[in-house]
Structures are given as C-alpha cells and as structure tokens.
Design a protein around this ligand. Structure first.
Ligand code: F6P
Length: 351
C-alpha cells in the first residue's frame, strides 16, 4: 500500500484580535503536523495575506510557547477581498492558493472573516471556519473564542470601579465592547453587580435610567455602577449621541463613545457626580483565560478534523458542551443576540 499523500493547509486569523487565537493556531498546527505528512501554512494578517501572498510555513518550533499568549502570532486585519476598493480580490486569493498549492484553508474569525470564507466556499475554495469574537455574537456556537477572557477583564474592571465609586459617592459608567449584542455587558454586569446594564438589543430611555439611579440613591445607596455596551442606543429621539468615527472595509461604523454621553447626561439630570471609563481594547489584550485556551484548542482540533475528512463550508462550534460542525451560511444568517432570559436575571439585581 502506498503512503497517503499529505495535505497543504493554510490557516489565518482575521478581524479584531481576541485572546485565545494563538491557542487555536497552535492546535491546528500541532494536529496537522503530528501525522508527519501534512504541511501547515500560516497566512499573515488575515485576508490581506491571501491577497498579497504572505505565507509562512508553521513548524513545531514556530508554534512553541504561544498557547498562553494574547493576540495572534499570524497578525490580523480587517481587509475584505470583496470590498469595492479591491480589484479582483478573488483572483488574488486564487493566485496565493495556486502559488502555495494550498488544498484547504482554516479561517479563524468573526462574522466578517467568516463571511468572506463563505463566499470563497461558494467559489469552490475549500474553507473551514473557526468562530472568534470577544463580542460572542456569532451564530452556530454557544460561545466564541475570546469572549470569556474579555468578560473576565470587564468584570475585574467593574470590581475596581466599585471601590472608587463607593469612596467618592459617584456614579460610574463603564463602557464595554459589544457592537450588536450585549453579551459582555450583561455577563460582566451580572458578575460585577452592575446597577443598570444598557445593551444594543434594548434601546434605553435616559430618563428611566436616571429615575432608577435616583430611586437607588433615595434608598440610601451613595454610588452606582452603570454598564453600557458600546452598541447601546437610546430610544429614538430621546438623546443625541456622538457621530460615528468612520467605517471599516466591511462597512462597520467605528463605535465607542456612548459612555461619554451617559456621563454628561446622568450628571446633568441627577446632579450625582459621574465618571465614565471606556475599557476599549484592554478587553481584547493579554493572556487568555484557561476556558478560552481549552475552547480554542478544541475548536482548532475539530477544524483540522473537518479538513482532513474533506468537509468544507462548515464552521466548528461549541454547543451544549460538545463540539459540532454547522453550515457556514447558517452560522452567519443573523447575529446571535443576548438571551432575553439572561437579561431578566440581570434585571433582578438592578438598583
Ligand atoms: O472584534 C469586535 C470588536 O471588538 C467590537 O466590539 C468593536 O466594535 C470592534 O471590534 C473594534 O474594532 P477595532 O479594533 O478595529 O477598532
């Protein structure tokens, strides 16, 4: 019997970075290399690397020591090969595939990166997706790589803000990430004992928020914590927010700033001294939690399993504790919004 030929497999990370990406890259590489016949090709800087042919071979040595490291050793970008500004992106992707005789590609990313993966699959390019986004708003999986770490960072920050809020009798507004969905805000808000949580799924009325804070202070509380997702929006016509700061290659507006508006409005309307903190990219940086390392490892192993079994156009995901494969198109159909029941649990503790 002749030897079964090895497969040349590309791997890339796209979109915003997230703690746990390196654990996923390591899992893909180690799994592929352990049989001794496959070649693992790391694509630099997400889809930008597929356009520009930036490819490095991953060896055991190249992935050694990366498991606990934040960020991504491959680099990432928000480049969209199908953006109108890119001329013949598909042709360039095909050229990189041909140059490196890549027979399969594993794309680790969120809705944008995996949206490109889905389109490439439709063009006959064999891709498997791995879900990553600290926002946790991707369908087809209970949880995405990076969410657990980001939530822990946000909860730790809320704990710290609590003691200074209490010492100064202040309202503290904490703005966390979460463009379409309030997963981080709600999880960190529950874990940190937030007195109000504002999320994109539920437009807020600033007067109601202020009335709630007044009632709390009338009951003898001298400080409050308000957790707001960056995508939280006021009920139409109730409050002027800041203008967006431009868009990326996928057409997303750069968010960040609802905390500024809330600080100003809460202080003016209630008379309570108010301060805001925008956690921003701190939530995406640094060491992944053990949970994210394990999740990323399991998903990386499963992605390699799908590739070697010849199953493409799928995303690996975690459901009810098990690792599953879902159709990429189905995973991307709509953003995974917060479970309303979870918000109701959080509400029980407001005030
Ligand atoms: O990756 C998702 C996300 O963290 C969003 O919550 C946030 O709006 C966005 O990334 C910020 O992206 P960038 O790093 O490009 O500013």
């Amino acid at each position: 019997m002749g030897t079964i030929p090895g497969v040349r497999i590309g791997v890339l990370t796209g979109g915003g970075d997230a703690p746990g990406l390196n654990a996923a890259i390591r899992a893909v590489a180690r799994c592929g290399l352990r049989e001794g016949r496959h070649t693992i090709l790391g694509v630099r800087n997400g889809w930008a690397g597929m356009l520009g042919g930036e490819v490095v071979e991953l060896t055991f040595d190249r992935v050694a020591g990366i498991l606990p490291r934040g960020g991504t050793v491959l680099g990432t970008s928000r480049t969209n090969p199908f953006a109108p500004t890119v001329s013949d992106g598909l042709g360039s992707v095909r050229a990189t595939i041909a140059e490196h005789t890549m027979e399969a590609l594993i794309a680790i990313g969120g809705e944008d990166t995996l949206g490109v993966a889905r389109r490439l699959c439709e063009e006959g390019i064999p891709v498997v997706g791995v879900p990553k986004t600290i926002d946790n708003d991707l369908g087809g999986t209970d949880v995405t790589i990076g969410f657990n770490t980001a939530t822990q960072i946000a909860a730790d920050a809320i704990d710290r803000l609590h003691t200074t809020a209490e010492s100064h009798n202040r309202v503290m507004v904490v703005e966390v990430m979460g463009r379409h969905a309030g997963w981080i805000a709600t999880h960190a808000g529950i874990a940190g004992g937030g007195d109000a949580i504002l999320i994109p799924e539920r437009p807020f009325d600033i007067e109601q928020v202020c009335a709630h804070l007044r009632r709390r202070h009338e009951r003898g509380r001298t400080f409050s914590i308000v957790v707001a997702a960056e995508g939280a929006t006021p009920t139409e016509g109730t409050l002027q927010t800041l203008d967006g700061k431009g868009t990326d290659a996928f057409g997303h507006v750069r968010l960040g700033g609802i905390g500024v508006v809330l600080e100003r409005e809460i202080e003016q309307r209630t008379g309570f001294e108010t301060r805001m903190t925008i956690l921003g990219h701190v939530q995406r940086g640094g060491t992944p939690t053990a949970f994210d390392r394990v999740l990323a490892t399991r998903l990386g192993v499963a992605a390699m399993g799908a590739v070697l079994a010849g199953r493409f156009g799928v995303m690996v995901g975690a459901r009810g504790g098990a690792i599953v494969e879902v159709n990429l198109a189905e995973a991307l159909r709509e953003p995974k919004l917060l479970d309303p029941g979870l918000y109701e649990t959080a509400e029980l503790f407001f005030g």
